[in-house]
Write a protein that binds this ligand. Structure first.
Ligand code: ASP
Ligand code: MG
Length: 409
């Protein structure tokens, strides 16, 4: 007998009919003789709707109140699913984040899980109950309800799987697995049979919405076997694991893209070293995530600095830079919104030179201007105008041989 964690996303629990179907999948797992811990998201677009309600009252509602509000979405689903399970004759218990012992940092809207107190869950498992946990939420040491960032239910599931030493963690979603790119925009994208933790981590960080990046981080650190699969179609999904042998020939395994990027450029840094740490510490203290950073200096001139942020952080960033201009010792700053980031990812890059060159060549040949570049061992990212995002992604998908392979007859 094993322990399985199953996570169902918003679409999979979007209607009462779907909740009944989800209950069937849970029961099937239980009937195999496994202990089952289920993690669910809010129904359908509930979280978005709750956000809109708050925005009708205030353009910038307090993060604490937003956590209080958004955490209710998942609470609806846990009780409905538990009711459905009980109706089918299975003993189930719903638990909110704090009841499930999910302790987080004292940060609102994007908290990290620090620890899981398993006492309550273990108690219910011993009583042979199916446990239904509200995803995306936890409690801080100050007894505040926190949330883990949009898409955070995946992280709840993987963190629970890690803490409970689950035999596997299944992420049920509305797509059939992890694709080479987002099939809603790139029609030639296809499903991958398997992908490594590192590649998945890059893809998630780069905006591939299928898995929350912190979930992949947990899975990698604790070696949790993950499978992403469809809750509607019965077919194998994508396995996420340490070493992936399949499709070794492909140097690039995925193309990810993300819009709503803003570039900030700070000119005339007077004291390079202090400014750099000062600027980024100030932003970090406000929980503003900075992505690509470029610093440049030519002889005799004060250096300048460019970095990207998410557009939603622009207001806070402007406020910070304006209020601390003297302290941070710079001349002035400018920003450019309406940008996007398009990236290619693949472990094969480590041993194959020329991948970045091929990427730049493909984009410039098609007259797509590259604004910024950043690389790691297994990815190359470019920042470009948002209006070229999908075109660039499609071109790269084709250039790196990722398009659907025609069946040979
Ligand atoms: N309900 C939350 C969201 O929509 C968390 C999740 O679904 O993972 O972002
Ligand atoms: Mg999700």
């Amino acid at each position: 007998m094993g322990l399985v964690v199953q996570k169902f996303g918003g679409t999979s629990v979007g209607t009462i009919e779907r909740i009944k179907n989800t209950a069937k999948r849970v029961i099937a797992e239980k009937k195999k003789g496994n202990d089952v811990v289920v993690v669910v998201s809010a129904m359908g677009k509930t979280t978005d709707q709750l956000v809109s309600l708050a925005k009708e009252l205030s353009p910038y509602p307090s993060k604490r109140e937003m956590d209080m509000l958004l955490s209710t979405g998942e609470q609806v689903t846990i009780s409905l699913l538990s009711i459905a399970l009980a109706e089918a004759g299975f003993e189930a218990v719903s638990l909110t984040g704090w009841q499930a012992g999910i302790l987080t940092e004292n940060v609102h809207s994007n908290a990290r899980i620090l620890n899981i107190d398993q006492t309550n869950i273990r108690h219910h498992l011993i009583a042979n109950r199916i446990i239904v946990v509200a995803g995306f939420q936890g409690v801080s040491e100050n007894n505040e309800i926190t949330t883990l960032g949009r898409g955070g239910s995946d992280t709840t599931a993987v963190a629970l799987a890690a803490a409970l030493h689950a035999d596997k963690c299944m992420i049920y979603t509305d797509v059939t697995g992890v694709f080479t790119s987002d099939p809603r925009y790139i029609p030639t994208a296809r499903k991958l049979g398997a992908i490594s933790y590192d590649e998945m981590l890059e893809l998630s960080n780069l905006g591939a919405g299928v898995l929350h990046s912190r979930a992949v981080e947990f899975a990698k650190n604790y070696n949790v076997p993950l499978e992403v699969c469809s809750s509607m179609v019965n077919e194998d999904g994508t396995f996420i694991e340490e070493e992936v042998q399949v499709e070794k020939s492909l140097i690039v395994r995925g193309v990810a893209f993300e819009d709503e990027i803003t570039r900030i450029t700070v000119f005339g840094l007077k004291d390079k070293l202090t400014n750099l740490s000062g600027i980024f510490t100030t932003l970090a203290n406000k929980n503003i995530n900075v992505d690509i950073i470029i610093q440049n200096q030519t002889d005799g001139e004060n250096p300048y600095l460019s970095f990207t942020i998410k557009h939603e952080d622009l207001r806070d960033t402007i406020q910070l830079l304006e209020s601390k201009q003297d302290e941070l010792c710079f001349d002035h700053f400018e920003y450019e919104s309406g940008l996007a980031k398009v990236s290619i990812v693949g472990s094969g890059m480590i041993s194959n030179p020329g991948v970045a060159a091929k990427m730049f060549d493909c984009l410039t040949k098609n007259e797509i201007q590259i604004r910024m570049v950043s690389t790691s061992e297994i990815k190359v990212s470019t920042v470009l105008e948002e209006s070229y995002m999908v075109k660039a992604a499609q071109l790269l998908h084709t250039a790196f041989g990722l398009d659907v392979v025609e069946q040979q007859v």
